[in-house]
Design a protein around this ligand. Structure first.
Ligand code: BES
Ligand code: ZN
Ligand code: ZN
Length: 485
């Protein structure tokens, strides 16, 4: 689907459908004028958010139909509700079999927002809402409804373009999350990263031998049960300014290892590389938007399998920074590979700040559900975490801060090594103890850990989500990088 901004008047755009939305008919006076009260009548009878009516335009405007949408209550409106509305409408128009539409959604008056912000949000919602992972569908592909062209009626051309880039990068992340685990192996994942070279990103890939030479022993330990070799990937884009490192968990399939997961829990575990997918996709967004930041993206990719040589409960692993890890649970593998990725990044790449992203714990999903990610870290001034929180609130990819007191750090001290990879008290504070474990591998750099286990995956197709990978984090991080001080 092509997306473009159009500065034509609503009655002049040549598309199958004109999409209009408002809180009441007053918002849509010019359109209502043409349609002699149809909108007034609609708003009088349809009072709830997302209620809609499709009206034949009867030659009064260039489009053949008008789709009227109720935008709900003005007090509740926000850029996020606009984004959702855009996602909702694109699905509606597509599923009715239309090929093109023009949307006036940018005209909704949301207090405290600018026309550019609204145009960007609508562009994001349209691209995200139209996303489908259908590369493996062969039977009904021809018959499926698909859109050719979307027009956003707006003079904010740059904002539409920005929203489009952001959403397309989030969709790149979704593609990586949704890809089959036997296709997106560590090796092919690294090749996906290599593709960023085309956009001016420098990409370095360590194969297994190089990981051995470098001493990435924790990554290698998790990899031992798998026939597919690991990869360690470093991506660099230098737009000047502060040096920010993003580090991602790249488990391309998490079986749990010898602590094998029940079948049900393994179903979605191809998405356990979401953190790395977000890092890769954010690198692309930063490069395309030419953000003034010196950005480094790092991810450690491996499967967590249970082959004959798999790492075992009771093993002690020496991580890249020399600290020892007692393996008490092979399904807590993400933190083990991140131990190497974080300490390698801090020592060799010397960033001003580090942010890691990982589908790290089921406990975080229990605590927060899928509406937000958990954030915690060592950030004495709280400046890094505050900036992340505010970018989360701004983009709708919300974060919630978890406590990080010394008491929690005590819970990962090991009997037979420096740290252990699960907390001492079963079923308590699992998301936080995963974080305090990681803190042993970032010595002094301000650091935030974001657990995206909940929001990385959507169980249903709704608004701008499609069942499967969500790309959660790409828009939030790009906003953070853009504003980072
Ligand atoms: N990849 C999982 C966490 C996860 C769970 C992500 C659900 C997305 C949805 C992680 O590697 C894991 O298995 N963690 C264990 C840790 C436990 C053994 C301490 C968990 O959360 O159960
Ligand atoms: Zn696991
Ligand atoms: Zn995992």
């Amino acid at each position: 689907m092509k997306l473009s901004s159009s500065s034509k008047k609503f009655d002049e755009v040549d598309a199958d459908v004109l999409v209009v939305a408002g809180f009441d008919s007053n918002d849509l006076e010019p359109v209502d004028g043409k349609f002699e009260g149809v909108l007034k009548d609609f708003f009088a009878t349809c009072t709830g958010l997302k209620q809609w009516r499709l009206v034949p335009a009867g030659g009064k405007i260039k489009a053949k139909y008008v789709l009227i949408i109720n935008a709900g209550k003005k007090e509740k409106a926000s850029l996020e509700s606009l984004r959702k509305l855009a996602g909702f409408t694109v699905r509606k128009v597509r599923d009715q079999g239309f090929k093109s539409f023009a949307t006036l959604l940018t005209e909704i008056d949301i207090p405290g927002t600018s026309p550019a912000e609204r145009a960007q949000a609508v562009a994001e919602g349209v691209i995200l809402g139209n996303y489908r992972f259908d590369k493996y569908k062969t039977l009904d592909k021809e018959k499926r409804n698909a859109l050719d062209h979307a027009f956003i009626i707006s003079n904010e051309k740059d904002a539409v373009e920005k929203g489009k880039i952001l959403a397309e990068c989030a969709c790149l992340c979704r593609d990586l999350q949704n890809e089959c685990p036997s296709v997106l192996t560590p090796e092919s994942f690294a090749e996906e990263a290599k593709k960023l070279e085309e956009f001016g990103v420098k990409v370095t890939v360590f194969d297994k031998k190089k990981c051995e030479e470098e001493g990435l022993r924790a990554l290698l330990a998790v990899n031992r049960g798998s026939v597919n070799e690991p990869r360690f990937v470093i991506m660099e884009y230098n737009g000047g300014g502060k040096k920010v490192a993003l580090v991602g968990k790249g488990i391309t399939f998490d079986s749990g290892g010898l602590d094998i997961k029940p079948a049900e829990a393994m179903l979605d575990m191809k998405m356990d590389m979401s953190g790395a997918g977000v890092v890769l996709s954010t690198m692309k967004a930063a490069a395309l938007l030419e953000l003034p930041v010196n950005l480094i993206g790092v991810f450690a990719a491996t499967e967590n399998m249970l082959g004959e040589n798999a790492y075992k409960q009771g093993d002690v692993v020496k991580a890249y920074n020399g600290k020892t890890i007692e393996i008490l649970h092979t399904d807590a593998e993400g933190r083990v590979v991140l131990a190497d990725a974080l300490s390698y990044t801090e020592k060799n790449l010397k960033p001003d700040v580090v942010v890691d992203l990982a589908t790290l714990t089921g406990a975080c999903v229990v605590a927060l559900g899928s509406f937000c990610a958990g954030v915690m870290g060592r950030d004495d001034s709280q400046s890094l975490i505050s900036q992340l929180l505010s970018s989360g609130a701004y983009t709708g990819e919300r974060l919630w801060q978890l406590p990080f007191w010394q008491d929690y750090h005590e819970l990962v001290k090991a009997d037979h090594a420096d740290v252990q990879n699960i907390g001492k008290v079963k079923k308590q504070a699992g998301a936080i103890t995963a974080g305090t474990f990681l803190s042993a591998f970032v010595e002094k750099t301000p650091w935030a850990h974001i657990d995206i286990a909940g929001p990385a995956w959507s169980e249903k197709s709704e608004d701008y989500f499609e069942k499967g990978g969500t790309g959660f984090g790409v828009r939030m991080l790009t906003d953070f990088l853009e504003k980072f001080k």
